[in-house]
Design a protein. Structure first.
Length: 132
């Protein structure tokens, strides 16, 4: 399984100077309804090589918020934080927009305009790596 080995090596490498990132205060505003549906938003969260999971679906709410928080203990400064906003639908979930940014040490709140309408708001905190 070469792919598993590469992933393991990657994770080991990242852990050498790892910090912790937490993503929280996720909310969205003005999510548009699809052609035949309602805005049923949820968010998938990724950081660097890691898939951190996804929020629950907020049914029929153009201004949802999510209480879920996401943590990644092997984060590094300049890892790419990636948030994908979806609208849940009967057949296919519709990708509303993607927010990406390189993370820095500290706490930051951002607004991200979604390609297909609406805005995603989120906050992240990246702790400094332990000093040697
Ligand atoms: Ca929908």
């Amino acid at each position: 399984m070469p792919s598993c080995c590469s992933l393991l090596l990657l994770l080991l490498g990242v852990s050498l100077c790892a910090a912790q990132v937490k993503i929280y205060n996720l909310r969205a505003s003005d999510l548009p309804a699809g052609l035949l549906g309602t805005p049923d938003g949820y968010v998938k969260v990724f950081c660097g090589p890691a898939d951190l999971g996804e929020t629950s679906v907020r049914n029929d709410n153009p201004n949802p918020w999510w209480e879920e928080e996401f943590s990644y203990f092997k984060a590094q400064e300049n890892n790419v934080l990636r948030l994908e906003v979806f609208d849940s639908d009967f057949l296919f979930d519709d990708l509303r927009g993607v927010c990406q940014r390189k993370i820095k040490v500290g706490t930051y709140s951002h607004d991200c305009f979604l390609e297909k309408g609406g805005t995603l708001h989120y906050t992240y905190t990246l702790s400094a790596p332990p000093q040697k």
